[in-house]
Design a protein around this ligand. Structure first.
Ligand SMILES: NC(=O)c1ccc[n+]([C@@H]2O[C@H](COP(=O)([O-])OP(=O)(O)OC[C@H]3O[C@@H](n4cnc5c(N)ncnc54)[C@H](O)[C@@H]3O)[C@@H](O)[C@H]2O)c1
Length: 307
């Protein structure tokens, strides 16, 4: 049994991780400001320590990480429109949050930090083929730049202070409980309510959608098996256009909603990457696992959980 702090543990990915860790009898502490409500399963809440506070509050991070084995650092401001409207809050949360987590981990001899980075840091560099961790990154938004800064910060903390960490570059994680800042829940809502399904740009932009259970499994295996300071993609290795995604969700829900292609608002321009899909080869070599849930299967699971 390990003692584990999860920052942002009340969020979409964090709450799935909490459930898994509790099921496996670990001692779980969640620090979350509840910026996005609390997604932690009610049945699990009594089994964890939950603290509503800000990761930018060092004293709290220090206290909660006392005697912890691991810190999953997931607290972040995200969602294209939210980030575009709040760039300073986004960067503050990343940069100050990471400094606090690193300082607290060093003080408390935490064995490893597992940090939620993003495929967004590849920016426009993924046009030709699936991206591997060693290609030149191209972060262009406040969010992606801060994530990249933090990866480099963790590398420095390893080189200078010996702190172990893994930065996990997530590729469009989806699953039950996600909210409509993200495209998949938005399309489900539009399909179910009969509203038009709004696709930005021309709809041909692609993404690599990775199912939540695969994402959690990868994080847990990396925690267990990888030491030092490393960066890993966790990608499904499948490319789908946003238009294909809209059609798939329309079909699964049996919706009569029309698919409406609309111009991207100008504040979204920096985020509009034409193509993004990842390679999980490095992950597979390290832990003998890579995400494999196909998109249709994952979407059906979501539909079954909400209908
Ligand atoms: N969902 C994805 O597809 C995706 C892709 C790439 C990276 N990520 C990263 O994974 C992590 C988890 O993402 P998610 O999808 O669960 O997002 P989420 O918004 O559901 O969860 C983030 C949580 O962080 C909390 N938070 C925000 N600011 C905070 C602060 N200052 N102090 C304490 N808590 C704060 C929020 O209340 C929220 O519960 C984030 O770091 C995100 O950047 C997610």
């Amino acid at each position: 049994m390990a003692k584990i702090l999860i920052t942002g543990g009340a969020g979409f990915i964090g709450s799935h991780l909490v459930k898994n860790l509790v099921r496996n009898k670990h001692e779980v502490i969640v620090l979350d400001s509840l910026l996005r409500g609390n997604k932690i399963d009610q049945n699990v809440l009594s089994d964890i320590t939950f603290v509503k506070d800000d990761v930018r509050n060092f004293e709290v991070v220090k206290k909660l990480s006392n005697q912890c084995d691991y810190i999953y650092h997931f607290a972040a401001v995200l969602g294209v429109d939210v980030v575009a409207d709040n760039p300073i809050e986004t960067m503050d949360t990343e940069v100050i949050g990471m400094k606090n987590v690193v300082d607290a981990a060093l003080l408390n001899n935490v064995k490893k930090i597992i940090y939620a980075s993003t495929s967004g840091i590849y920016g426009h560099s993924a046009i030709e083929k699936s991206v591997t961790e060693n290609i030149q990154v191209d972060p262009r938004t406040s969010y992606a730049m801060a994530k990249r800064y933090n990866e480099i910060y963790l590398k420095a903390a390893h080189e200078q202070k010996g702190l172990n960490s893994i930065s996990v570059r997530f590729f469009n994680v989806y699953g039950a409980g996600q909210d409509n800042r993200m495209v998949i829940p938005r399309f489900f809502e539009q399909c179910i309510s009969g509203e038009p399904i709004t696709v930005f740009g021309n709809g041909h932009q692609t993404r690599d959608f990775t199912y939540i259970d695969d994402t959690i499994k990868a994080c847990l295996l990396l925690t267990e098996k990888v030491n030092g300071c490393e960066i890993f993609n966790v990608a499904n290795e499948n490319e789908f256009s946003i238009l294909e995604l809209a059609k798939l969700i329309k079909e699964i829900t049996g919706s009569k909603s029309e698919i409406k292609i609309i111009n991207s608002p100008s504040k979204r321009y920096d985020y509009e990457v034409e193509r993004r899909f990842g390679s999980s080869d490095k992950l597979f070599k390290a832990v003998n696992f890579k995400p494999s849930t196909n998109l249709n299967e994952g979407l059906v699971k979501i539909f079954n959980s909400i209908k």
